[in-house]
Design a protein around this ligand. Structure first.
Ligand code: HEC
Ligand code: HEC
Length: 416
């Protein structure tokens, strides 16, 4: 328990207020018509499409092929309070957010990060108040989380696509670190984010998430299962208490404090392990068809400096999964974090400071209709013009492009 003397420190009035809230909470929790907000129903999306999005990577062995299918089912299961949802959460299934153009893809849903930025720029994630991720929904009305009054910084985060995650997982730390020393145009640097890998107990190079906040799929999955859905698990066993109020949580949800993820008797795998196997096997986006000017656009992409951060490819190292071993990964990212100036989201997370963002992988870009960490851009032109900080020089070169070069660049981007 985080606040063992919580009650003793409270003035009487607050204690009364707390007990009223508690009673109301019990009442609404017991009532079947509890006035809790629920997320909009998830869209129906196909498991895979004709362009190969959502398919398993070629060459998975029989066991991993079966695990892929089981893991995909796990990814789609709609949870209810009876099957572990909540009490505070952001959506009912992984698919509810990751669904475009297929299961496992990107999505238009954003989550909210918050914290407090001091006058000297230092960021406080307000961990004591369950920062920095806001939980928008609850299964018990009295546990509804709200933005703490201390929060003066918020940022939306768009749901990222998961295609090819297994290949990104299999890139050795040293390969990403080596991108730091590749010669780059003036003003562009980038650094590897060193983040704790809670399964390995060591720091590793982060590569997943807008801030490169996690180093492996299994850690991200454990975090997402717990933080987005409330399913505590072996990787992230501690439940989130609303606004950090562990006393209220213990009082209203005393039966929800243990680990909820369990081993499936048929597969012998936990939910986290099944989701990990699914994402390890999820094929990378294939390239779209070349057009008349897309090759020229690729040259423009390199010449004006886009490729200094969105480097076309990296290699995986040896992997126990043959299909992921020593493979080319055409992701169009260096997986480094860069000071993006005014495009930074103001949140410090993992090793990334408030202005630092991971170079977004651009593979699969042709399926997207909104761009950047908060989905603010609805055209590629807007997304590029919002680049700042280390990318300011490249943005200026882009602005000066002649019409033909600019069109060629767009044709190229639309083949990704
Ligand atoms: C409420 C919507 C929501 C739900 C539910 C959700 N995600 Fe996500 N997911 C996101 C967002 C938003 C991001 C980007 C997060 C960030 O970087 O801040 C993300 C990122 C990820 C990433 C990192 C990908 C990358 O860009 O490198 C993985 C892996 C992931 N999610 C897996 C899952 C799994 C597995 C589940 C189910 C247990 C899940 N997500 C449920 C919204 C969601
Ligand atoms: C200094 C490194 C850097 C350079 C140079 C750079 N980018 Fe980016 N790019 C990023 C980062 C970091 C992001 C994520 C920013 C965010 O959303 O906060 C990004 C995001 C994007 C996105 C949106 C992707 C998504 O998932 O929403 C597109 C499109 C893009 N870049 C294209 C380009 C193009 C085209 C160029 C050249 C004109 C370019 N970038 C130059 C680092 C760079």
């Amino acid at each position: 328990m985080k606040f063992p003397i919580f009650a003793a420190l409270r003035p009487a009035a607050a204690l009364i207020a707390l007990s009223i809230a508690t009673a109301a909470g019990r009442l609404s929790a017991a009532s079947s018509t509890a006035p809790v907000a629920v997320p909009p129903p998830p869209p129906q999306s196909p498991n895979q499409n004709a362009q190969g999005f959502g398919a398993p990577v070629a060459g998975l062995n029989i066991t991993l092929s079966a695990d892929f299918v089981d893991g995909q089912d796990e990814f789609k299961i709609v949870r209810t309070p009876a099957t572990g949802l909540g009490p505070i959460y952001n959506n009912v299934s992984c698919e509810a957010c990751h669904n475009r153009p297929t299961v496992g893809g990107w999505g238009t849903i954003t989550t909210t990060r918050f914290g407090r930025t001091a006058s000297n720029g230092t960021f406080d994630p307000l961990t004591q108040q369950d920062g920095s991720l806001l939980h928008a929904y609850t299964t018990i009305a009295a546990l509804q989380e709200t933005l703490p009054p201390d929060a003066n910084t918020t940022a939306k985060r768009l749901t990222t696509p998961l295609y090819g995650a297994g290949l990104i997982d299999a890139i050795p730390d040293e390969t990403i670190e080596a991108n730091q020393t590749i010669p780059k145009p003036p003003g562009i640097s980038g650094r590897a984010a060193m983040v704790p890998d809670v399964t390995a107990g060591v720091d590793r190079v982060g590569r997943f998430g807008w801030k490169a906040q996690h180093a492996s799929i299994v850690v991200f999955v454990g975090d997402a299962f717990n933080s987005e859905m409330g399913i505590t698990n072996q990787v992230y066993p501690a439940p989130h208490a609303p606004d950090g109020n562990t006393t209220l949580f213990d009082e209203l949800a005393p039966d929800l404090t243990g680990i909820k993820d369990s081993v499936d008797p048929v597969t012998g795998l936990s939910g986290v392990q099944m989701l990990d196997r699914y994402l390890l096997g999820l094929a990378p986006p294939g390239r779209g068809r070349a057009t008349a000017h897309s090759a020229r656009g690729g040259q423009v992409f390199a010449t004006i400096g886009c490729a200094a951060c969105h480097i076309p490819s990296m290699q995986t190292g040896p992997s126990p999964i043959a299909a992921l071993s020593n493979q080319n990964v055409p992701l169009f990212s260096d997986l480094l974090i860069h000071d993006m100036g005014s495009l930074g989201d103001g949140i410090a997370q993992g090793d990334a400071g408030p202005r630092e963002m991971r170079t977004s992988p651009l593979w699969g870009l042709r399926t997207r209709t909104v761009f950047l960490h908060d989905g603010r851009a609805v055209t590629l032109n807007e997304a590029i013009l919002d680049h700042d900080g280390e990318a300011a020089g490249t943005r200026e070169s882009y602005s000066k492009l002649g019409g033909a070069d600019r069109e060629a660049l767009m044709e190229f981007l639309n083949t990704l």
